[in-house]
Design a protein around this ligand. Structure first.
Ligand SMILES: *[C@@H]1O[C@H](CO)[C@@H](O)[C@H](O)[C@H]1NC(C)=O
Ligand SMILES: *[C@@H]1O[C@H](CO)[C@@H](O)[C@H](O)[C@H]1NC(C)=O
Ligand SMILES: *[C@@H]1O[C@H](CO)[C@@H](O)[C@H](O)[C@H]1NC(C)=O
Ligand SMILES: *[C@@H]1O[C@H](CO)[C@@H](O)[C@H](O)[C@H]1NC(C)=O
Ligand SMILES: CC(=O)N[C@H]1CO[C@H](CO)[C@@H](O)[C@@H]1O
Length: 564
């Protein structure tokens, strides 16, 4: 297994620049690569925790797997040539799987998408590449991991969450987001509003504690209140404030802060402001963070990038979701744990969030499947993990499949999926023809100059043998879509599978044939899925699920139709 470990750049960016100045060392000077690597593999460690938080036994998904790490990023960017070279090195080293928690800022055409190209070369060598879907948030089409041979991972939160409490002078408690390891020495501390803590900035700038505004003498020994999130904690730290209370812009993730600092949901922040207004000497205390059990889990977190796929509209992305919020894993003790240079805490374990963190969970699960089925192709392993993923709730996740793909990772079931959807290199190349790419563009991806697209009229782009089914349609127009799929029997030699469809009213899904009988392992059978509907409102989606079952295996695929 390799870890193309690298820095996170909280939103997982690939930045390119002409000149390279990174130090020629594989030492992890960010902590991101250590964290992702130890999530995928690594032996069990008892009593792992971050200052007592998230305490328990920690281990990688596959404790016995070995890791080869290829450094492609430095503290400021990831060079595309280095990424391609790392793929080449990993392939040459004979790795079993590649996990890469790095991505583009914006989705790119596949022939210019470095990671997709590297992953295609890996695929040609029988290696599956797992990639983070991106941290661009719950905006339609924000996913940047788009190629069908990539295994693209969204992030959800699990039941162990971390929050932080603020107690006001009137004994009211506010709950906000923070991973705060500090306990303030005392009961109550003066609160000061940013606009009262600046002598040289306009009120507009001071109210949000803009950079350079806070006056050291006015915040010393006090907790400063900032009506903004951007950069305010750094400003509080710079000015030497005791703590910071700020308005949250993302309110479903807690992050490690360099000083006692809590981000409050808008409603709680308003309570704080009115308390500030209500008394001449406002006081507060910021308590050490605590864990709580979020029984609504798993739910896809707001920062996780969403479908639909902006480059290949008929390939559903992300493919799957896995834990990626407030994950405790190993960290470099030589690196600032909050990313602020003057935070001198040195830790062996840190709590970080991102699709960077969910990606190695899936990579570990894929290696687990491969350890049991060493002969399975990359697409068979991916299919096994997708078709056995736990269904998620579209009422808790308004973006439904565009947030969670096939559902929540379930590694235990994935080793025995019954049937798999296998996709060959030729299928992918034909798919690229259907995307309208030229021979030259396709050879940029495959490195194969002799391949040319089939002359005969190309059938539906929906025909790539993918474990999920998705199609974009025109709004307000009736639709009639056919997906052709082939499944390979990897369960019981003699078995009969029956199709079962669950669908809403807006479309009708029929499967032909409705039963598939196998008499041997590796036997393949194909079927067609027809989806008809009267027309969708603009920018809407409908989904169904198709489950093939022999009574003991449940091979589930989401079927998603959407309009732009
Ligand atoms: C949360 O509560 C559920 C239901 O009571 C329980 O099954 C689960 O183990 C708890 N999780 C944690 C992290 O305590
Ligand atoms: C605080 O008081 C001022 C002056 O009375 C008022 O204009 C403002 O709306 C109040 N703000 C809050 C949050 O209550
Ligand atoms: C997107 O996430 C933000 C931040 O958590 C949240 O306030 C908003 O309601 C979400 N929007 C949708 C459409 O889910
Ligand atoms: C499968 O079933 C057929 C017909 O019932 C039988 O002849 C054959 O031996 C069975 N094969 C296996 C591998 O069980
Ligand atoms: C955060 C931290 O401890 N950084 C140190 C890491 O190691 C280098 C070299 O020993 C030091 O210069 C840093 O200060």
């Amino acid at each position: 297994m390799i870890m193309a470990s690298a820095l996170l750049l909280r939103n997982g960016k690939v930045l390119v620049r002409a000149e390279k100045i990174s130090l020629a060392t594989t030492r992890d000077d960010i902590g991101h690569g250590t964290h992702t690597a130890s999530t995928a593999a690594g032996r069990i460690v008892d009593d792992a925790n971050f200052y007592g938080l998230a305490e328990g036994s920690a281990r990688g998904a596959v404790p016995s797997a070995r890791i080869a790490a290829y450094k492609v990023c430095d503290t400021s960017d990831c060079d595309e040539a280095d990424i391609l070279s790392a793929f080449d090195e990993a392939i040459a080293d004979g790795v079993d799987l590649i996990t890469i928690s790095i991505g583009n800022t914006d989705a790119a055409d596949i022939y210019s998408d470095t990671i997709a190209i590297g992953a295609f070369h890996a695929l040609q060598n029988g290696i599956l590449t797992v990639q983070s879907a991106g941290n661009s948030g719950n905006v339609s089409g924000s996913v940047t991991s788009v190629a069908p041979w990539l295994f693209s991972v969204a992030a959800s939160f699990m039941d162990r969450r971390i929050l932080d409490k603020v107690v006001l002078g009137n004994r009211r408690t506010l709950i906000g987001n923070s991973i705060n390891s500090f306990t303030l020495n005392g009961d109550m501390f003066p609160l000061v509003y940013g606009k009262q803590a600046s002598t040289h900035c306009s009120e507009d700038l001071a109210v949000s504690c803009s950079a350079g505004c806070l006056d050291k003498n006015l915040v010393k020994g006090k907790i400063v209140v900032c009506d903004s999130t951007d950069g305010v904690i750094g400003e509080g730290l710079r000015a030497g404030a005791l703590g910071v209370l700020a308005r949250a812009y993302v309110d479903d993730v807690s992050q490690i802060q360099p000083i006692p600092a809590v981000l409050l949901k808008p409603h709680e922040f308003e309570v704080l402001l009115s308390y500030l207004n209500s008394t001449k000497a406002p006081m507060a205390n910021i308590l050490k963070s605590e864990s709580f059990n979020d029984t609504s889990a798993p739910v896809v977190v707001s920062f996780s990038s969403r479908g639909p796929n902006p480059i290949a509209p008929d390939i559903l992305k992300p493919d799957i979701t896995a834990p990626g919020v407030e994950i405790l894993a190993a960290f470099s003790p030589n690196v600032s744990v909050s990313e602020y240079p003057n935070d001198k805490r040195s830790v062996k374990y840190a709590v970080i969030s991102g699709t960077s963190m969910s990606c190695p969970h899936v990579a570990g699960a894929a290696v687990y499947v491969k350890s049991i089925h060493p002969d399975w192709s990359p697409s068979a392993i991916k299919s096994a993990l997708m078709t056995t993923a736990r269904p998620m709730s579209s009422s808790k996740n308004p973006d439904a499949e565009f947030a969670y793909g096939s559902g929540h990772l379930n590694p235990v079931e994935a080793v025995n999926p019954g049937l798999v959807y296998e996709t060959t290199e030729d299928d992918y190349l034909t798919f690229l023809c259907k995307l309208g790419y030229s021979k030259e563009q396709i050879s940029l991806i495959s490195g194969n100059k002799s391949f040319s697209c089939p002359k005969k009229s190309l059938s539906d782009p929906n025909d790539v043998n993918y474990p999920s089914m998705s199609a974009s349609v025109n709004a307000e127009k009736s639709f009639n879509i056919k997906f052709r799929r082939t499944v390979t029997n990897v369960g019981v030699a003699n078995s009969t599978y029956t199709a079962k469809v669950e669908s809403g009213e807006k479309m009708k899904v029929t499967v032909n044939p409705k039963t598939l009988s196998f008499t041997s392992l590796k036997e393949q059978k194909y079927f067609d899925v027809s989806v008809v509907g009267k027309g969708l409102a603009s920018r809407s989606q409908v989904s169904a699920s198709l489950v093939w079952s022999d009574g003991s295996h449940f091979v589930r695929s989401p079927v998603v139709v959407y309009s732009m």
